[in-house]
Design a protein around this ligand. Sequence first.
Ligand code: UTP
Length: 407
Amino acid sequence: MKESTMEMLEKYGQTHLLEYYNVLDDQARKSMDYQLAKLDWHLLDLLEHPEERQKRGEIAPIGALSIEEIREHASEYTQEGLAAIRAGKVGALLLAGGQGTRLGCQGPKGVYNIGETHELYIFELLFKNTLDVVRQAGDWIPFFIMTSDRNHNETVLFLNEHHFFGYNPDYVFFFKQEMAPAVDFNHKLLMEKPDRLALSPNGNGDWFSSFAHAGLLERAKKMGIEWLNAFAVDNVLQRIADPCFIGAVIRNGCVSGAKVVRKADPEERVGALCLEDGKPSIIEYYEMTHEMNYAKGEDGKYLYSYGVILNYLFRLDRLEAIADAYLPIHMVEKKIPYIDPDGICHSPETPNGYKIETLILDMVHLMDNCLAYEVEREREFAPVKNKEGIDSVETARELLKKNGVEL
Ligand code: UTP
């Protein structure tokens, strides 16, 4: 092991990682050396200095383009958006590297069958939604899919087996996100095996650097793409590469846009779009005070009522400009399988540590402006997060049926 790695382990109090090092064979040692050399020590720095992570500026409400305003200009926006799609300027980017632990799925969330009487997969719904726009525009839209080490092969295999649900495979591009180490509640890095750190996907915030590392940024630029519509895998109702949304962002001279819904109630657990030090920002529900949740404007409406639904449009040149910026890290309590000092493997039933993630919502704050674009919750927001209860398979099925989708 390199001396510098040893120094880092000591500096950050992580020498327990070497518990098994001396009994490993040569190959396993090399593998550990490699993993340790790749470790982003900056993350550990941030763990030790939580104040660096939590600095917030001055928060103020942001205005949104309301459903009524959008309706008034729908035709003009839609034409603008379709023109951009036809000119090859728009790419769709599916963030599908998550683990879907709340849903309890083993593999990729997109392979979940939400149908009742026939098979209807989440991926299928997303491709079908995009195909609607492809038909409207008369042109294919490049469709990028971010996976992770944990689900890449299964995703690729599944989509090939299902012939991309009618999408043209020449326009589908995969790339993998990076993995990040997981720590226990004392910030000690966890091991999954004697020669393997416990790693998990590093959140959905690093997608642009993974996209670039995979060579797709250069490729996208060569294709003439100027806008990327990034969206989550689990909202089965969302409109993807929505021409009206794209056109609205362009016409309003913005460099980014976020689809938002009016919060169902002031305390709903969604991130709210706001201004932070005059720039767009998303404040998480747990950061909102009671006063903020219930503050009303002169029109009697709640001021912080625009919840984001993880469907963003970014101008590619602005993404490039912020590519080197550090995003704040978030620590998410998770059940992390680990090996203890006696070599026994555990699969905990309750959270035993943190996954370290960066989030796409923090990219919004790095943009000069962001158009908050209001959509009808009942028509565009059906996230499949949990097995039961709020934002579950059940609630998404109900909403799909309400929108005429046969299950
Ligand atoms: P979630 O925050 O719902 O996370 O992701 P998750 O991992 O899918 O699910 P839980 O929290 O374990 O239940 C929101 C979106 O971001 C993607 C997900 O695939 C989903 O589309 N994501 C999340 C990534 O692409 N990578 C990640 O590391 C995390």
